[in-house]
Each structure stands twice: as structure tokens, then as C-alpha cells.
Design a protein around this ligand. Structure first.
Ligand code: GCO
Length: 251
């Protein structure tokens, strides 16, 4: 029930980081995977690095926040590659600054990437999934879907919004046999968190605040991602699956 053989998955923001790891895991579970990013060169490098001769990989560069690009890209994937049966809305950015110093442009860019993008890509793909009465959508949420943290206000506000967008999608699309859920990574060692990993005080806080007493390894997201993408979660709707070493389980 956890095989993804014969399925086509689109993973936005999969040139690097958690999206890259989840894309690799979905491919190893049998899915054909369409990688996505805004930078063609970086996307081609990611596809090449993942290509081990056994994985079925495609690449489609588009900006998930641009509705015209999204609609054209999804139509092209559906026509030239195949029906998108699994969507991971993973693309996202972060800007860190105290709210009183946060440039408005940074606020708008983060909310656009982390909330408007999943809305645009999600509802465009859902139009095709609804016709087929089948689909799986997974939105990359965050610990900040539940709790705030200093200096990441637009990220937290957008990820909290993404939790309720996930529940909204589940509410409207479950009747069409589309399961929409979120995956909530805790603190993982990726490019996005390098400044935090390199901060001895923050690194020490993570290791004491997290019951597992360590940062997550991106490969540890793969099992939960495959579960949410597979028929094993056919009656799971609107759930945010936190993969956080126990961070949210404790005060
Ligand atoms: C931060 C991190 C976030 C966290 C994530 C945990 O600055 O807080 O970059 O991306 O890792 O929110 O769920």
C-alpha cells in the first residue's frame, strides 16, 4: 500500500533542501517525479544529481507564485508527461528580521511564496484531479504553523496560514477522493537553516529543546512523505504530520 509505482508526482521547490530529499524518496518508492524550481540551471543540476539510472525524473521550471506560469506549466505536464496524481507544495522561502525592521517587500515575498504559491499550484492541479476523482496533495508546513519564533514573522504567519489552507483544501476536495494533508518538518539540517546550525547558542537550544536532542536529517522526512503520498493514507484528510523529534510534544 506504500508503493508509488505508476504514479506521477510534482514536487515544487525540489532543486535542493527538503524538497530535493522528498523528491528522491518518492522516486525510490516508484513514482515518476517532476522536479521544480525557478532556476533552470539549478534544476538541471538537481535532476542530474538524482539520476541514478533507476529513478524516473522530469524537470519543469516555473514560478509557483505566477498564476500564468503555473497554469501553463501544469497544462504542459498533464499533456506531455502525464496526469499529476501526487502534488507536494514544498516551494518556500524565509526572511529573518525583527518585525519593526522587516522590509515590506520581504514580508510580501515570503507570504507570496509560502501561501499564495501553494494556493495557485494546489487549485490548478486540483482542477485536473477532480476530473479523475483521485489525487494526493501534501503541503510543507512547519513548527511555525503552530508556534511563533523571534524574527520569522512572515514565515510563521504564512506557514500558519498554510495549515488552514491545507484544511480548507481537504474540506472542499475530499469528496472527490483527493486527500490533502501537511507535513511539518521540525528543525532540519538544510541550506535554509545553515545560519542557525552555525550559531552555537541556537544549536544548543535545538539540542535541549528537542526531545530527540538533535537536528533532523532530511532523509527522515522520506517515510512520512511516502506515507502521505500513498494509498496507505486514503482516509487521512487535513492532517499535519509533524516530523520534529518530539519538539511540539513537550514544553
Ligand atoms: C527558522 C527555520 C525554519 C524552521 C522551521 C521548523 O528560521 O525558524 O529556518 O525553517 O526550520 O520553521 O519547522
Amino acid at each position: 500500500m506504500f508503493s508509488l509505482e505508476g504514479k506521477l508526482a510534482l514536487v515544487t521547490g525540489s532543486s535542493r533542501g527538503l524538497g530535493y530529499s522528498m523528491a528522491r524518496g518518492l522516486a525510490d518508492a516508484g513514482a515518476a517525479v517532476v522536479l521544480n524550481g525557478r532556476d533552470e540551471t539549478r534544476l538541471a543540476e538537481a535532476k542530474s544529481s538524482l539520476d541514478n539510472g533507476k529513478r524516473t525524473l522530469h524537470a519543469k521550471a516555473f514560478d509557483a507564485t505566477d498564476s500564468a506560469e503555473v497554469e501553463a506549466a501544469i497544462e504542459d505536464i498533464e499533456k506531455s508527461i502525464g496526469p499529476i496524481e501526487i502534488l507536494f507544495n514544498n516551494a518556500g522561502i524565509i526572511k529573518r528580521a525583527p518585525m519593526v525592521d522587516m522590509p515590506e517587500s520581504d514580508w510580501r515575498a515570503v507570504v507570496d511564496a509560502n501561501l499564495t504559491g501553494p494556493f495557485l499550484v494546489g487549485r490548478t492541479v486540483a482542477r485536473y484531479m477532480i476530473q479523475r476523482r483521485h489525487g494526493k496533495i501534501v503541503n510543507t508546513c512547519s513548527l511555525t504553523s503552530e508556534e511563533a519564533r523571534n524574527t520569522v514573522s512572515p514565515y510563521a504567519a504564512s506557514k500558519a496560514g498554510l495549515k488552514l489552507l491545507t484544511q480548507s483544501m481537504a474540506t472542499e476536495w475530499a469528496q472527490y477522493n483527493i486527500q490533502v494533508n501537511g507535513i511539518g518538518p521540525g528543525f532540519f539540517a538544510t541550506e535554509l537553516t545553515v545560519p542557525l546550525q552555525n550559531d552555537p547558542q541556537f544549536d544548543g537550544w535545538i539540542k535541549t529543546r528537542t526531545p530527540a536532542a538533535r537536528w533532523g536529517d532530511p532523509d527522515e522526512l522520506i517515510g512520512p512523505a511516502v506515507f502521505l503520498a500513498s494509498e496507505g493514507s486514503s482516509f487521512v484528510n487535513g492532517h499535519i504530520l509533524y516530523v520534529d523529534g518530539g519538539f511540539l510534544a513537550t514544553m
